[in-house]
Design a binder for this molecule. Structure first.
Ligand SMILES: *Cc1c(COP(=O)(O)O)cnc(C)c1O
Ligand SMILES: [Zn+2]
Length: 443
């Protein structure tokens, strides 16, 4: 007898395998495990190919223009009419010799996810999460956020016509991110506490069915399906050539989990022929994952911390996707490390000065790479894909603070504005010094 091939999407517990219906809101198994969306890979092998996705790059159809929905077969069974898309997922892939040299690697590509509609990669998960929310008939969606998820949720909820609530830690989110969220019309609820407290609260809200609130944090497995496409899109931009390593910043660790899933599926579907190493970089003030890695993920090696870092997007002390992310680091023989705020800001100044720009959390990638090469933990000839997760405009406060004149601290590339009287003489003096602020290295 021939067994019929499974053709539908399943929602299963990553710990015990219990299956749940996809049509009912649910974020965790009764055993406490996180849920995973399982795509029908055996059936998909017959339909997807590099050629299918490459042909779509030249298409003007709305869904093909999205760097998320171009890979729609791998996202579920949504019909075109129900998809909430802007479109998103169209960021550039940059190469800059100065940054490659600064990191010390053989080859470096920077995929800019800060060029998404709301300025961060969160849009890739949100387009799928919001589509699923609408399918479930949700009226209100919610998240806890260090800023970018709330901006993305607010924008996509506005597109979908749903009410949105965001829980943010008071005083710990950049002005731009709060501004975006309120402008798009979401209700911003500031928590007297940190991100982790906001996350705990919003999970309780979502688990109380009578509130009717659908949770769109990265604990939501459908969001991670969308975030898989960061890797697929970047690999496609590289002509499906697999780099030695993919490096990304780690906060709540949803992306680390999504990247591992994307690579496993791409391998199973024959889109790639090997799996690169995943390298997750945390800020040293918010590095419970890096610490557990340094202890070989031994039992008891994971302990939540109180997060403190200039990179607010990764200021998370108790990452929700820790178990998912740990499996990814183990199966890709990856690395987790932590870098200081000074190193993050120095790397950010390099990326900004190259004309590319990113928010502080994103620069942890370049800082981490440079540290790995210096310490001999990554070969100097390695080819690396780094993910810039957020836009430069997301955190003007960090930029202003860094570039402010300060005789007490050496900040590579500091470039404070200059105030002069409106006379040609003053301009002439500045022009004579032009070599100092012309194009070139910041060192
Ligand atoms: C959300 C976010 C991160 C962290 O991603 P996780 O999936 O939570 O690890 C990093 N950088 C930026 C800019 C973000 O918005
Ligand atoms: Zn379970």
């Amino acid at each position: 007898m021939v067994t019929a091939e499974r053709t539908t999407v399943r929602l299963v517990c990553a710990e015990c395998g219990t299956e749940y219906p996809t049509g009912v809101p649910r974020y965790r198994c009764t055993c406490g495990g996180l849920l995973t969306v399982e795509q029908p890979l055996a059936a998909l092998r017959e339909t997807v190919s590099r050629e299918l996705f490459d042909v779509r790059l030249a298409s003007r159809a709305r869904l093909d223009q999205s760097g998320v929905w171009r890979f729609r077969e791998l996202l579920g069974d949504y019909s075109p009419g129900e998809i909430v898309s802007k479109p998103e997922g169209r960021g550039n892939l940059y190469e800059d010799a100065r940054l490659t040299d600064w990191a010390g690697v053989g080859q470096l590509w920077l995929k800019h996810e800060g060029e998404n509609p709301t300025g961060s990669f969160k849009d890739r998960g949100m387009t799928v999460g919001m589509t699923h929310a609408r399918r479930l008939g949700a009226r209100t969606v919610a998240c806890a956020s260090s800023g970018n998820t709330s901006a993305s949720l607010a924008s996509y909820a506005a597109t979908a016509g749903l009410a949105a609530l965001t829980f943010v830690p008071e005083g710990k989110v950049s002005t731009a991110k709060v501004a975006q969220t309120i402008a798009y019309g979401a209700r911003v609820i500031q928590i007297r506490g940190d991100f982790d407290a906001a996350m705990r609260l919003v999970q309780e809200v979502a688990e109380t069915p009578e509130y009717g609130v659908y949770l769109l944090n990265s604990i939501n497995p459908f969001r991670l399906e969308g975030q898989k496409t960061i890797v697929l899109d970047a690999l496609q931009a590289l002509g499906w050539r697999v780099p030695d390593a993919i490096v990304l910043p780690g906060g709540n660790l949803g992306n680390t989990a999504a990247f591992g899933k994307a690579l496993e599926e791409a391998l199973a579907l024959g889109l790639i022929d090997r799996i690169p190493q995943i390298i997750t970089v945390q800020a040293s003030g918010a590095a419970p994952f890096a610490r557990a890695f340094a202890r070989g993920f031994a039992p008891g090696s994971y302990r939540p911390v109180e997060a403190k870092t200039v990179a607010t997007a990764i200021a998370i002390g108790d990452p929700v996707s820790y178990p998912r992310a740990r499996r990814v680091i183990q199966t890709t023989e990856g690395i987790v490390l932590a870098v200081s705020d000074e190193a993050i800001l120095a790397a950010k100044a390099q990326i900004d000065r190259a004309g590319i720009g990113c928010e502080p959390a994103s620069a942890a990638t370049l800082a981490g790479l440079r540290a790995l090469i210096t310490d001999g933990l990554l070969p100097a000839k390695a080819s690396v894909l780094a993910i810039l997760t957020g836009n430069l405009m997301k955190d003007a406060e960090a930029i202003a603070a860094y570039h402010q004149p300060d005789p007490r601290s050496e900040r590579p590339g500091a470039n404070p504005p200059i105030t002069i009287d409106p006379t040609l003489d003053e301009v002439k003096i500045l022009l004579d010094e032009a070599g100092r602020w012309g194009a070139g290295s910041t060192e």
